[in-house]
Design a protein around this ligand. Sequence first.
Ligand code: S3P
Length: 166
Amino acid sequence: MSVIYLIGFMGSGKSTVGAYLKETYQLSSVDTDEWIEKYYQKSIPSIFAEEGEEQFRQYEIEALRSIHGYDVIATGGGIVERDENYSTMHANGTIVYLQASFKEIMTRLQHDASRPLWKDQDIGKREKLYNRRHTLYTSFADVVIHTDQKTIAAIGEKIIGLVQEE
Ligand code: S3P
């Protein structure tokens, strides 16, 4: 089976869906953010604060290239910021965009303090990032799944259905 890459904005449910697929379908699943935190022994907020976003993006590129042997890879929301990540994902599997609306993201992340590019930003900046990223996710994706009003189970089934079609 080729790899399923989950892409989408912060809070779109990539990690949750990855965990669900692992639990329910016994697929192996990993998060690029978790992989980076373990490998570099540092939290994402600390990497941003101490080394900066550019360094984090390099770690993401490396993570994506280094991770092997997993069925599902839940990526960080900024994976689409670097074109080489498209090449890596496109060469190894199917890219699935979990598309949640901006309104839904605002609700889900209203109390979030862990994401450096989200917390402390005004709504205008958040929406601008959302819109710019949406264009990128769409251009990377083989498949788009709208997630508003869908349960995690329904999203998981849709993904499994897609993979079985291959
Ligand atoms: C980021 C998303 C985060 C994390 C980092 C940067 C982004 O991952 O990689 O804070 O640029 O959108 P999640 O999408 O899992 O929140």
